[in-house]
Design a protein around this ligand. Structure first.
Ligand SMILES: [Zn+2]
Length: 245
């Protein structure tokens, strides 16, 4: 048969249901904007990386253009020297011009090699830039979808929190103050990882912290003959009967 404390325990079950939803929604209200800010910061990092790679590519392209211009210059000088050679008869002058042509050819090889390397470097940077740009685009699209989802969700959360707070204010005064105090001790127990004011039993184990409970308490909680708090987690023990409503 139902004991004296059935109503006390039933009200705690109601309050717990409200509190658990409140705790979850408040966490959502606190954590989602933080996650959005973190994503924004991450995106800023991706944008900075894109700009850094873009600047490196611009510098490399300029270096490559300078190298190509230098090559043209060398070729022009070399063509002039060859033309001059055709009109020369004095052997010392021929020898000097041939040396000049050989030196220019050597210089050309060096610059050509540098330009080829520079072009490879520019290709690698262009590929890195494309990757960085794609990462920015992906980041922007993820951020905007998270933000628009939260813009739709947050008013729902706020409205539901208001409803729950009203319901909580209606339930609390109905609860006996000693019972409520015991509930609050369990709910606010900092040793517990999950904030919760009630627990249930599985055999003689507390389902929240696995501490053994006195058999008498388990029986009394089941039929509402007593209000007991688990010795481990300090949560109020409510019976199985109440779990099933
Ligand atoms: Zn416990």
């Amino acid at each position: 048969m139902a004991g004296l404390y059935v109503e006390h325990l039933a009200l705690l079950v109601d309050l717990d249901r409200l509190d658990q939803e409140l705790i979850g929604l408040r966490a959502e209200q606190r954590d989602v904007p933080k996650a959005i800010a973190a994503r924004q910061a991450q995106l800023d990092g991706l944008i900075a990386e894109q700009e850094r790679v873009g600047a490196l590519l611009d510098t490399q392209k300029k270096t490559n253009r300078d190298g190509e211009r230098e090559l043209e210059l060398i070729e022009r000088r070399s063509a002039r020297a060859r033309k001059r050679l055709d009109g020369l008869f004095v052997s010392s002058q021929i020898e000097a011009t041939e040396k000049e042509i050989a030196a220019l050819a050597e210089q050309k090889d060096e610059v050509e090699f540098a330009v080829l390397e520079g072009m490879e470097e520019a290709d690698a940077l262009a590929a890195a830039l494309a990757t960085a740009q794609q990462a920015v685009l992906d980041g922007q699209s993820e951020l905007s979808s998270v933000m628009s989802a939260w813009a739709a969700r947050s008013p729902e959360v706020a409205a539901r929190l208001d409803e729950l707070e009203v319901a909580q204010k209606q339930v609390v005064p109905k609860i006996h103050k000693d019972t409520l105090r015991m509930y609050m001790v369990g709910l606010e127990n900092r040793q517990n990882t999950q904030p919760r004011g009630i627990t249930r039993s599985d055999g003689i184990n507390c389902t929240m912290c696995q501490t053994d409970l006195p058999v008498r308490w388990v029986n009394e909680a089941r039929v509402g003959e007593g209000v007991h708090a688990c010795l481990g987690c300090k949560r109020v023990l409510v019976g199985k009967v109440l779990e099933e409503d």
